[in-house]
Design a protein around this ligand. Sequence first.
Ligand SMILES: Nc1ncnc2c1ncn2[C@@H]1O[C@H](COP(=O)(O)OP(=O)(O)OP(=O)(O)O)[C@@H](O)[C@H]1O
Length: 448
Amino acid sequence: MDKLLIIDDEKSVLNALKFTFEDQFEVLTANSMFEVNEMLLNHQPQIALIDLRFGKISGLKVLMKIKTMYPETIIIVMTAFGTIETSIKAIKMGAYDYVEKPIEVNRLREIINKAIRHDDQKKKFPMAPLTESNVYKLSEFHSMAIHSRKMKDILDIVDRISKLNVNVLIQGESGTGKELIVRAIYQKSDRCHHELCVVNCGAIPDSLIESELFGHVKGAFTGAVDNKKGVFERAHKGILFLDEIGEMSLASQVKLLRVLQEGEIQPVGSEKSIKVDVRVIAATNRNLEEEVEKGRFRSDLYYRLNVLTIQVPPLRERREDIPYLIEHFIEKANDLYGTQVSGISKGGMETLMSYDYKGNVRELENIIFRAVIMANDIIEEIALPDLSSTIKAYEDDVIQIKVGTKLAEVEQETITRTLDAVNGNKAKAARLLGISERNIHYKTQNKE
Ligand SMILES: Nc1ncnc2c1ncn2[C@@H]1O[C@H](COP(=O)(O)OP(=O)(O)OP(=O)(O)O)[C@@H](O)[C@H]1O
């Protein structure tokens, strides 16, 4: 049982309160400074209830004494009606709260219970030590923290397929770590001494995708002031990661398919073909099979990319990873900001374990980075992005679209209006629109 120390010079108050709280605590009482000293020498109370007018001695002195001996003890002060200044002083000195005399027992019990709950929340959650079995270093800048069976199975697959020279399709919601999986395949493959090129297909306008993928020669079009190598040529003998492949237009899909079939590229404006040896890994947060059925993705390209599929589960389906990710991101943020945050409170951990993470690991990473900046030694408060209220606030904000409007225009208008609604906060807009922040960045950078 926790110990509750009640300090008051009125014996009747001591007896009444002892009787009230005996069912919940081991109650200790003191009605003189001598008794206070004796109690404190023999006991460490979890809660101390101090009368601020303690005979001739100021209760503030007693408060100081307890705080010095036992900084963890929760202190609640009892004050006479109308002595609010002293109560404020007591709170500034570390008291949790105050109650006015005559004491309303129910109110006092409420304050005590709240203080205990708060104290439990503040207690640090024992961190899961990160070991080699749950942190995988992929490069100087990238590592992966995982613990769940589902993610370990994925890394087993990565182990088995890395050295096979086949195309891979990675499917999963935005922010689940698809790019890190590509990096893991690259690091373990025989191609790791050549380049890993990353292209975000959703971010490149259709008019430029051919030049981005295959390069161009000087003068091929207005603005082509020099020869430029495309990513297929740069990734020769290496790996090309085509992110957000589901966003690629049907016209561009045809060009990509041809290269995959023939193993050679032709830079824009050039007569010559160049042989390339590239392993392609594609990723998407759409269901490509469904896109094929709806005629939005070519089936022949789908089968060529999808020799092997890896399905990355959303974070809410592998919550066991959350404590390990949190620890990993705290370390990452400490390195980045020079902070020395050592962990997270039990309350904070509980909040994060029950959140639904529409933005997956990326969202958790952002939450932790923000919390580390605000924290002292441990993260106590977790500020979750309140999307539901954001959506509610703008549900009357409607965009009218005429039948036949070009999809690219609809997309641009939706992004612009959403950004306006959230005051330009790209992270928030990305979460609302269900795409990555990086994608928002690409899609808007030419418009700014
Ligand atoms: N298991 C993990 N351990 C550590 N960091 C992770 C993990 N999974 C994801 N992250 C981090 O979360 C962020 C998003 O990951 P990543 O870019 O790989 O996701 P993605 O699925 O490719 O997203 P998108 O579809 O939006 O491109 C990155 O900052 C990445 O470092």
